[in-house]
Write a protein that binds this ligand. Structure first.
Ligand code: GLP
Length: 234
């Protein structure tokens, strides 16, 4: 894993855009995309570039169960609003939060991912170490599946809804195996709330109790953070 620390968020997001645009210019055509507050400034900056993704495909990490693509808090809507509206891709895929049969929907999405292996995967990180919606304890061998969200994850995401009661209790997510098949992974961890979990990942723990720690064994991971080393750290 390669770690880059930034004292300015502006510089961090400029670097993130460079990494993504360089990957595209180097031939990446399949991009795994993420949502969350962390990604909003990134997508805003990508929209300011003249990068053209119309020959690329995107696959989002996850989607809430029960929300339609028109629901303002669905990840389909988020992606349209923050990125696709301004930077269309040739094809953009997300799990369908309204699918009738969760098992079939997870299998459909996983088979798409296997058909179009990801050249590049963008990741945020949850305060409990989740990637996508793979909560602590998820098998590192997991494929796309339906998850029950942890209460702490629903609380953390409640800020995007009118109240925590409106945050769905379930979601579809790429599995951890689905994520780490990507050739190159960029993880962005911004803000004090991510310090403890980032330290655990950087300490090279490799444990299903911290889903993001799977990245320690991936050959091509870049982590960008605005968190500086604490004074007592080496
Ligand atoms: C959400 C998403 C993750 C995201 C994480 C962090 O639950 N499912 O993909 O990385 O939480 O979100 P934020 O960037 O808002 O802190």
């Amino acid at each position: 894993m390669k770690l880059e620390r930034f004292s300015s968020k502006e510089d961090l997001y400029t670097r993130a855009v460079d990494i993504i645009v360089n990957a595209k210019n180097d031939g990446a055509t399949t991009f795994g995309l993420a949502t969350g507050g962390t990604m909003e400034p990134l997508y805003a900056k990508i929209c300011e570039t003249d990068a053209d993704f119309t020959n690329c495909m995107s696959f989002n990490l996850d989607e809430y169960v029960g929300l339609s693509a028109k629901h303002e808090q669905s990840y389909a809507y988020y992606m349209y609003k923050h990125l696709f509206h301004h930077k269309p891709f040739k094809e953009s895929h997300l799990p369908n939060g309204l699918a009738d049969n969760p098992t079939e929907e997870a299998a459909r999405y996983e088979s798409l991912l296997q058909q179009y292996p990801l050249d590049f995967q963008l990741l945020g990180i949850g305060q409990n170490g989740h990637i996508g919606f793979n909560e602590p304890g998820t098998s590192f061998d997991s494929l796309t599946h339906l998850v029950t969200l942890e209460e702490s994850t629903r609380q953390a995401n409640a800020r995007f809804f009118d109240s925590v009661d409106e945050v769905p209790t379930e979601a579809y997510t790429m599995g951890i195996q689905s994520i780490i098949r990507a050739k190159c992974i960029l993880l962005i961890a911004v803000g004090e709330a991510k310090r403890t979990v980032l330290e655990r990942v950087l300490a090279s723990e490799y444990t299903e109790a911290v889903p993001a720690s799977v990245l320690t064994k991936h050959p091509n991971v870049i982590i960008l953070t605005d968190l500086q080393k604490e004074e007592n750290e080496q």
